[in-house]
Design a protein around this ligand. Structure first.
Ligand SMILES: [Zn+2]
Length: 254
């Protein structure tokens, strides 16, 4: 399953907080609690507007917001908080007569979500060191793209550790050198059972090599899609195959 990208926008209209997946249970979705959104303007912002009315522009306003979300599965009820600031953007606004007009709209920019929903679901078969790095990457997604990418790369390093891929290589002259992530991915992908899927890891190997500032959201989502495909392929194929074999056995016996 690929990530549903519109759900993960970091800026949202005030009335449209995203129905993100619950971080605790599988079917649950996060819904805004009644009166759970609070937007406040600090005193220095309102005072500046009062004093400099002639120079004031809508985007000079400073506002902070928080939202309390709750999982819609009655048996779960996980509580998630979102926080952020307000940005003024050009948008198509709905008029009472049903027409639309271009104007300025306040949107909520999400700066942090806790506990953070997973960008993709991890099964229990994923080893702890890999799951731990992915968990931090999912948290960082809202705060800093470069930090998120760095953690995705570390998650791939842990996955390669788990698969027994070496971290060092010996040169022709017998010198021992550390392998970088790209070399480790190449070593793993060549001749492996999941070779085709693993080629995709190269996307992540190449991502953020200049510190991550050049990574767009689309690059990041592409990398997340690849990683989900690879992680599922490596850790869940056996379980899925076993289930399929069991079902097949039952059909034969029936
Ligand atoms: Zn839940």
């Amino acid at each position: 399953m690929t990530i549903h990208r519109p759900l993960w926008h970091r800026t949202v209209a005030k009335k449209r907080l995203p129905g993100l997946p619950c971080p605790q249970c599988t079917p649950g979705k996060l819904k805004l609690v009644k009166d759970g959104l609070s937007v406040r303007e600090p005193k220095y912002s309102s005072e500046w507007r009062d004093k400099h009315w002639d120079d004031w522009e809508p985007d000079h306003n400073v506002e902070r917001w928080s939202a309390e979300m709750r999982c819609d599965e009655p048996g779960c009820g996980e509580i998630v908080h979102m926080i952020g600031d307000v940005e003024v953007v050009q948008a198509e606004l709905d008029l009472p007569d049903g027409k639309t007009v271009w104007g300025l709209e306040d949107v909520l920019r999400i700066q942090a979500v806790f506990p953070a929903p997973a960008l993709f679901r991890l099964s229990e078969n994923v080893p702890r060191p890999v799951a731990k790095e992915l968990g931090v990457a999912f948290r960082m997604y809202w705060t800093d793209t470069a930090a998120c990418v760095a953690r995705l790369r570390t998650a791939v390093e842990r996955l390669l550790d788990d698969q027994g891929v070496p971290t060092e290589k010996t040169t022709k002259k017998g010198k021992i050198l550390r392998m970088d992530l790209k070399e480790r991915i190449d070593a793993f992908a060549s001749g492996a059972v999941h070779a085709d899927q693993l080629q995709g890891l190269r996307v992540i190997g190449n991502l953020g090599t200049h510190g991550g500032d050049d990574v767009t959201s689309e690059d990041l989502f592409d990398a997340v899609d690849v990683l989900e495909f690879v992680v599922t392929g490596i850790y869940d194929t056996k379980v899925i195959n076993a289930k399929a074999a069991k079902l097949k056995g039952k059909t034969k016996g029936a």
